[in-house]
Design a protein around this ligand. Structure first.
Ligand code: HEM
Length: 430
């Protein structure tokens, strides 16, 4: 328990090295002890994620997310889930997501315009990417109402995130309805967040649709005329924000950090960007041709997966690599460890985008790389996140050379992989 609390990322790596691909952790004080089964192999991850029965999102993390952010696509299950995915999937086709590319690029250019200021010759990439993805997500979700929602989100999400983590990690949690200061703070933050979303949704429903994601959610229907209720729309909005913004920020900031530390890779990416774009602003039509930039992002997500762990509860006994995982256990998959597994990756700590060159991926098991999860519950925003990151990295490298100031980054595993302190980088206009 102490090792997991102190440094979960190192503890999981050590567990695989010392004990193999399936490891049982026994954590918590006597009497409250919990068993967690960690599965580190690509084959094990596939066995767990690719199936639609036998595993549920009912572990302590998902219970806390559900309580605070509702029953949206990330947390819902069974018939609710099938129905939501059926209604929402059409909003995330490549054609639909491409409609957001202009908003993504406008926000990147807005950020770059501020870097022109001489005070911005050294920037904190971590901060800049978090703000950028936040602004993009708010505009894509809420269109014109993004400023109002953004202020509330800025205030409430950190309170709710910290509360959720504390409870998810605690061996024993105080009931949520006890009037403790922490419970009261979280209830007030949740109320404020729900109120602003509900108000925007009400106004939008009365005024008619807009082209933002909220408008599309309100209009989404299937051939039977089924629609999401306003409450369900609110839950989706919250979940998209929760699942879509910090994840993309993490991918982009690590890609930039690794490029800043690796000048030859940066030069190769820049050559491609110059060849594909010339002096033109990047747009959606360039995505497929920015192949090397895509490889850089995939490799950054291998080394620094935004979701370093994925949890479930088993509902039936299952055997993985000769080990029995009993029904009712908490199961833990770790992109962080599998992405460094020596069976699939040579020199796993080295940043080498060539691992993702065309043809290279065919030799690896399908789940050796799974930053977006997999199977029926795979990330619905995979293309959205990739498009946003590729456009952002390309627009930045087109204008600036990057030089790392902070060469080491302190990592912390919260719900997502996060960094402590700034990631400073010198930006030199080209
Ligand atoms: C680089 C960016 C992203 C990464 C690394 C990422 C990662 C993930 C992962 C690992 C899962 C699976 C969780 C599990 O199985 O327990 C997931 C699910 C999900 N993600 Fe993403 N995500 C990204 C971007 C986005 C974006 C941009 C959105 C929405 C706008 C989004 C919305 C969702 C939703 C709704 C789910 C639940 C899907 C379902 O269960 O059907 N994600 N994401």
């Amino acid at each position: 328990m102490n090792a997991l609390r102190r440094d979960p990322l190192a503890t999981y790596l050590r567990a695989r090295r010392d004990h193999g691909d399936v490891v049982r952790f026994s954590v918590g004080p006597p009497g409250l002890r919990q068993e967690i089964f960690a599965v580190f192999s690509a084959e094990g991850a596939q066995q767990l994620l690719a199936r639609s029965v036998g595993f549920r999102k009912e572990d302590s993390f998902y219970d806390e997310i559900r309580n605070l952010f509702g029953n949206g696509l990330l947390t819902s299950q069974d018939d609710d889930y099938v129905r939501q995915r059926r209604l929402i999937q059409p909003l995330f086709t490549r054609r639909k997501v491409n409609l957001y590319a202009d908003t993504m690029c406008e926000e990147v250019l807005r950020m770059l315009a501020q870097w022109k200021d001489p005070d911005h010759s050294t920037i904190d990439i971590a901060h800049e990417m978090t703000r950028l993805t936040q602004r993009i997500t708010m505009r894509v979700l809420f269109g014109g109402a993004s400023k109002e929602a953004g202020e509330v989100v800025d205030r409430c999400f950190p309170v709710l995130g910290a509360y959720m983590l504390r409870r998810a990690f605690a061996p024993l949690s105080i009931p949520r309805n006890w009037p403790t200061p922490a419970n009261r703070r979280a209830t007030a933050a949740r109320r404020e967040l729900y109120d602003v979303c509900d108000r925007i949704i009400r106004e939008r429903a009365a005024l008619g649709s807009d082209n933002d994601l909220l408008g599309l959610l309100l209009e989404a229907d299937d051939s039977t005329g089924d629609r999401l209720s306003s409450e369900e729309v609110r839950d989706q909005v919250l979940v998209f924000f929760l699942a879509g913004h910090e994840t993309t920020a993490t991918a982009t900031k690590f890609a930039l950090h690794l490029l800043a530390r690796t000048p030859d890779v940066q030069a190769r990416a820049r050559d491609e960007i110059d060849r594909v774009l010339g002096s033109r602003t990047p747009g959606v039509e360039d995505f497929d041709r920015l192949e090397y930039v895509q490889m850089v992002l995939k490799e950054a997500m291998r080394l620094y997966p935004s979701a370093p762990g994925i949890t479930r509860r088993s509902t039936a006994d299952i055997e993985i690599a000769g080990h029995l995982i009993p029904a009712g256990a908490t199961v833990f998959l770790s992109p962080w460890v599998t992405h460094r597994h020596p069976a699939y990756w040579k020199d796993p700590e080295v940043f080498a985008p060539e691992r993702f060159a065309p043809g290279e991926e065919a030799d690896r098991p399908r789940y050796a790389w799974f930053p977006f999860g997999g199977g029926p519950r795979a990330c619905i925003g995979q293309y959205f996140g990739m498009l946003e990151s590729v456009l952002a990295v390309s627009a930045i490298l087109q204008k600036y050379e990057l030089e790392a100031v902070d060469t080491e980054v302190r990592l912390v595993q919260k719900m997502l992989l996060q960094t402590e302190g700034p990631i400073r980088c010198r930006v030199i206009p080209r």
